[in-house]
Write a protein that binds this ligand. Structure first.
Ligand SMILES: *Cc1c(COP(=O)(O)O)cnc(C)c1O
Length: 321
């Protein structure tokens, strides 16, 4: 088993949601991975515990990764770099924003350097930045998009063991799924712990024929890295892509309503891109009668709240419903 640096605030709490349960007519609880520590936390913090251990073992003194301008993954990577005395270079897809706000403000505050690229040129730009750093005498360590490789996914294998140690065995685990590391780790962790409930990823941006094979391949690689010869196939991965049609980062009235409902019934703050989309899916599935009355449904909060304070989301949230 790969080693891990321990800087996340773990275990994250599992809490009851009585008001929201009543509003939705289901039995809903929440796992608070928005509370993992590390500069406002989120699911990337668990992945970074393993990725930073690997970076240190490789003698790295710089972290490089990529993401959107409001990337939670980039902000948590910048935080980890600051904490462990490393330089940080973020390759952000998009134009330089007019204002420093939300996650991007925090990137700057924690001393990250930024270069801009397009999504088509992302990998090329990463390689160039990596080569330039190496030539300049630095020892860069490349963290993949979303921290989702067989090392990062170990964070969510561990998270499943943590949930079991909390004596929590819900019938459903529902969460936002995108680059796949979270879901892959949960799926491997489920096999390891004997968890038999459903692990339902709500796709944030990809159709099922992209997301499910991605998660399955990453789960197989993650298990392999742990010394298990387990194979996961795409049809073993459960996901729902009905709620991502508006596209990545586009907040629709459904996400906005989910943010308001969670805030007003339970004082839980969702983010506009990931957790609000997953919550909007959960709310709709509850209305459709997908969950039985005695099912325990766990919503796994994966963080991201700083993006609420960035344009265009903050203006959209401030408008009347
Ligand atoms: C990155 C992210 C996700 C998606 O996790 P993956 O491991 O990329 O699938 C979900 N929620 C938030 C808040 C994130 O930042």
């Amino acid at each position: 088993m790969k080693s891990r640096l321990m800087f996340a605030h773990l275990p994250t709490p599992v809490e009851q949601l009585p008001n929201l349960s009543k509003a939705l007519g289901i039995n809903l609880i929440i796992k608070r991975d928005d509370q993992t520590g590390l500069a406002m936390g989120g699911n990337k913090t668990r992945k970074l515990e393993y990725l930073l251990a690997e970076a240190q073992a490789n003698g790295a003194n710089m972290l490089i990764t990529a993401g959107a301008v409001q990337s939670n993954h980039c902000r948590q990577t910048a935080a980890a770099a600051a904490k462990f005395g490393m330089a940080c270079m973020l390759v952000l897809m998009g134009d330089a924003p007019a204002d420093a706000e939300g996650n991007f403000l925090l990137d700057q505050l924690m001393g990250a350097h930024v270069v801009y690229t397009t999504s088509a040129q992302r990998d090329e730009t990463l390689k160039r930045v990596f080569d330039e750093a190496w030539k300049a005498g630095l020892r860069p360590y490349l963290i993949p998009y979303g921290g989702s490789n067989a090392t990062g996914a170990l964070g969510y294998v561990h998270a499943m063991q943590e949930l079991q140690a909390q004596n929590c065995a819900p019938d459903w685990i529902v969460f936002a799924s995108s680059s796949g590391g979270t879901q892959a780790g949960l799926v491997v962790g489920a096999r390891l712990t004997g968890y038999t409930g459903k692990i339902l990823g709500i796709s944030v941006d990809e159709p099922l024929d992209v997301l499910c094979p991605r998660v399955a391949a990453l789960a197989s690689q993650t298990a392999d890295g742990m010394g298990y010869t387990w194979h996961f196939s795409a049809d073993e991965i459960s996901a729902n892509a009905d709620y991502c049609k508006a596209g990545y980062g586009v907040m629709t009235p459904h996400e906005k309503a989910a943010i308001q409902l969670f805030a007003q019934t339970e004082a839980i703050l969702l983010d506009p891109v990931y957790t609000a989309r997953a919550a909007a899916g959960l709310i709709d599935l509850a209305k459709q009668g997908m969950f039985r009355r005695d099912d325990v449904v766990l919503f796994w909060h994966t963080g991201g709240t700083p993006a609420l304070f960035a344009a265009p989301y903050r203006q959209q949230m401030a408008q009347a419903a």
